[in-house]
Design a protein around this ligand. Structure first.
Ligand code: PLI
Length: 469
């Protein structure tokens, strides 16, 4: 079988500075993953050959961004660099009020504290762990109102990030006034980087507008979302990425941004708001949790790098090469029969661990087990996106098992070459072909209470190794 177009768009950049990486032996990696409690997150990065743990903060900055660092104004108050950032966010995202934060979750904390009260209900197009954790810490209950196709790895729906309007209407019908905002992400990370359509955004706006409910936007990968709108949605093919991005944001009342994704920055983020009164409250909380409202936990130089990164992110050649590289890896795996989430998303390729390891019980975390096996096989680090990442229900204390149990291979921007991606593909294909060697899953020996996937430690559920024995 090979009906998958395996194209590789040439990069619109050349390499000016390099960082050595090293391959290790399989016995070395077996020892390393054991010492890391079978959690790839706890590996030392120098023991990883190709690091696809995240595309967050791991991007290569351009020479222009590095140059911009030198122009940072490190004044405590009123730094020029803040106004540079503010102008970039206003221009490309359209929010009047801009509050810098150290990274996305800093913004999530502040927005959640401003808007959520105990007993609040928040509908959203699928959860993201840090976003939902802040919502729940402030007393809200999250309701997943994404379309069913988002939970089906084999569905080829072009906009799996779309909201199911009937589900949203039902949550509004039941909880009405207790809904402080609807939480919309573009793209939807936990669905595998799947976009939301402009038509759906407009429809959600129309529905929530009738009830006076604001929309808060997770804009971390909104540029990637804009690329898919341009490719897939009628009427948008001739519009620039910048125009599409602005149009998407226009349906929302505010946004939280992790600049570590689309904007190629190693750190940083912002909150964008339209409402002046809400912005004033957010600024005063930022002062407590992030820093003064003109730096919010970022150095002046970082604000410069983010501002420059925003401009670069909407260049068409840049976003074409970025998503094209991800699609290349995805289509190589599809062509080899590896079960991955379809269509291939904007920032990652997600392996369906339940399809690869159908005999492992969910309590033994098949996704985490497969992630460990990929590391042992090829020194490649991915991250589990399944039961481990979903955590426990705050009311019942039971493990939550989402419909999908994935291993996400997130591709940092402008970092790896085609040869690296081929090595990743070859490694994943080998592990898939030899999947019967993975005999047992994992059980906790340390389970943190929040965002447990980052720091949890495991041992094989039986014996000494996931490979049996
Ligand atoms: O890592 P932060 O705190 O800058 O951003 C949190 C965050 C919010 N929303 C979304 C959609 C994210 O993907 C996100 C962080 N993502 C990480 C770290 C990731 O590996 O996907």
């Amino acid at each position: 079988m090979n009906d998958h177009a395996i194209e590789y768009p040439a990069e619109p950049w050349k390499i000016k500075s390099v960082e050595p990486i090293r391959q290790t032996s399989r016995p070395y990696r077996e020892q390393a993953i054991r010492q890391a409690g079978w959690n790839p997150c706890l590996l030392r990065s120098e023991d990883v050959y190709i690091d696809l743990f995240t595309d967050s903060g791991t991007n290569a900055m351009s020479d222009r961004q590095w140059a911009a660092l030198m122009t940072g104004d490190e004044a405590y108050a009123g730094a020029r660099s803040f106004y540079v950032l503010e102008r970039a966010v206003r221009t490309y995202y359209g929010y009047e009020h801009v509050i810098p934060v150290h990274q996305g979750r800093g913004g999530e904390n502040i927005v959640s504290r401003c808007l959520i009260r105990p007993g609040s209900h928040i509908p959203g197009n699928m959860f993201f762990p840090s976003t939902r954790a802040h919502q729940e810490l402030n007393g809200a209950t999250f309701h997943d109102v994404v379309i069913d196709e988002a939970h089906d790895p084999s569905s080829d729906h072009p906009f799996k990030g779309d909201v199911d309007l009937a589900k949203l209407a039902a949550v509004i019908g039941e909880y009405g006034d207790a809904i402080p905002y609807v939480s919309l992400a573009a793209t939807v990370n936990m669905a595998g980087g799947q976009p939301i359509s402009m038509a759906n955004l407009a429809a959600v706006r129309e529905l929530t507008g009738r009830h006076g409910i604001p929309i808060m936007f997770d804009a971390a990968r909104a540029v990637e979302n804009a690329w898919f709108v341009k490719q897939r949605e009628a009427g948008w093919g001739d519009r620039s990425i910048a125009e599409i991005l602005l149009a998407m944001c226009s349906f929302t009342d505010g946004a939280v941004m992790s600049s570590k994704k689309d904007s190629f920055a190693n750190i940083g983020g912002w909150i964008g708001l339209r409402d002046g009164e809400l912005a004033e409250r957010a600024r005063s909380l930022a002062l407590l949790y992030e820093g003064l409202h003109t730096y919010g936990g970022m150095a002046g130089r970082d604000m410069e790098a983010v501002a420059r990164g925003i401009e670069e992110s909407v260049e068409e050649s840049s976003i074409r090469a970025r998503v094209g590289q991800v699609e290349y890896l995805g289509h190589r795996l599809l062509a080899a029969g590896v079960p991955v989430v379809r269509p291939i998303g904007g920032h990652c390729v997600c392996i369906d661990a339940l399809a690869v390891l159908p005999l492992l019980p969910r309590e033994e975390f098949p996704g985490q087990t497969l992630a460990a096996a990929l590391y042992v096989e090829g020194g490649i680090r991915g991250v589990e996106r399944g039961g481990l990442s979903a955590g426990r229900d705050p009311v019942t204390g039971e493990n939550r098992y989402p419909p999908m149990e994935l291993v996400r291979l997130a591709i940092p921007r402008r970092v790896y070459t085609r040869a690296h991606l081929d090595m990743v593909a070859d490694c994943v294909i080998r592990v898939h072909e030899e999947r019967d060697r993975i005999k047992r899953g994992l059980r906790f020996v340390h389970e943190p209470s929040h965002l447990r996937f980052f720091q949890a430690r495991f041992v094989p559920a039986d014996g000494d190794s996931i490979f049996g024995g």
